[in-house]
Design a protein around this ligand. Structure first.
Ligand code: BTN
Length: 316
């Protein structure tokens, strides 16, 4: 913002709690007070809360919540202000990256993608939208599938223990708080029939969103950490810690599979014991989710002891 609004912002930041008269801002820029007013409106649109008081001028009350790009850079996280989708960025980086793990995050996604070709609401100043790119050494597609459950287990365990957030996992990829969707995971892979060359694990977490920030159609279904706890979270710090946790978890996963995360998944699960309907390709089946198989499939009791193993589907 190295222009009118940017210079005004600098001046307001420097004057701290003091009011800056509109005339002083005008002469600093060599423009009229009307032009200053237009720049103030631009800053307010970007999320800056600026108080205007007659005969006093303007005062900066609050800056918008932004991920700290400098800190993320020092931690080797590839951070962007706005991208279409971090999964897309990670996918295009896959061919040229050789490191086992890399992370791609964005303040805002313009076309955030959810599972089953849905959109993922990803505004700036509110959530964590990031993708992990992993290059497993020797893994086939079936072995790679439970990376989504592994990710969910790691995220739920960390957010419960470090932030006291009662995050639960709805099979296979939803993160819930108090029965509403708080986050989701979209896993993609680049693979041939017997060898996975890249795994892209996209993670979306609603962190500091206020209820009114969600579009109306999501309001009854989605929630955020802030809505549920009343506390704002330092998103930069959380992103640093989560990417570090995930990197070490993925090393274990690539070595030993899902088994080391199985109990943790069960501890934080939302699904087992519930009567559910699952949409498979074409049909809907229903029953009680009785257990999780060691490979991450859901075991559904359809009645009279008949167990159906479901490895892919969506609970509706
Ligand atoms: C879902 O529950 O449907 C999965 C949502 C996954 C959203 C994340 S946000 C970061 C990454 N980039 C995307 O476009 N999608 C994933």
């Amino acid at each position: 913002m190295n222009n009118g609004p940017g210079l005004i912002l600098k001046a307001l930041q420097n004057s701290k709690t003091e009011y800056m008269p509109g005339s002083a801002l005008g002469s600093m820029l060599g423009t009229s007070r009307a032009a200053v007013w237009k720049h103030i409106l631009t800053l307010r649109k970007k999320g800056y809360i600026i108080e205007g008081k007659k005969r006093h001028g303007y005062r900066l009350i609050e800056e918008p919540d932004r991920l700290n790009a400098g800190i993320l850079k020092t931690a080797n996280i590839n951070h962007f202000t706005a991208v279409e989708s971090t999964n897309k960025i990670a996918r295009s980086a896959a061919a040229n990256s050789s490191s086992f793990f890399s992370a791609y995050s964005a303040e805002e996604q313009l076309h955030g993608r959810g599972r089953l070709s849905r959109n993922w609401f990803s505004p700036s100043g509110a959530g964590l939208w990031f993708s992990a790119l992993i290059h497993p050494d020797a893994m086939n597609p079936a072995e790679a599938a439970p990376v989504t459950l592994t990710t969910a287990a790691v995220l739920a365990a960390y957010l419960n223990s470090e932030y006291g957030l009662p995050v639960k996992i709805k099979w296979p990829n939803d993160l819930m708080i108090n029965g509403k969707k708080f986050g989701g995971i979209l896993t993609e892979m680049i693979s041939d029939l017997d060898r996975v060359s890249s795994l892209i694990v996209g993670i979306g977490l609603n962190i500091n969103n206020r209820a009114e920030d969600f579009p109306e159609e999501l309001r009854g279904l989605a929630t955020s950490a802030y809505i549920e706890s009343g506390a704002r979270i330092d998103r930069t710090e959380l992103l640093l810690n989560l990417t570090a946790k995930l990197e070490s978890a993925y090393r274990v996963f690539c070595e030993s599979g899902f088994f080391p995360f199985y109990e943790q998944w069960k501890k934080y699960n939302y699904t087992l014991g519930r009567h559910i309907k699952v949409k498979l390709s074409g049909t809907i089946v229903q029953g009680t989710a009785v257990d999780l198989d060691k490979d991450g499939s859901l075991l559904l009791e359809e009645g009279k002891g008949t167990i159906r193993k479901i490895s892919y589907g969506e609970i509706v």
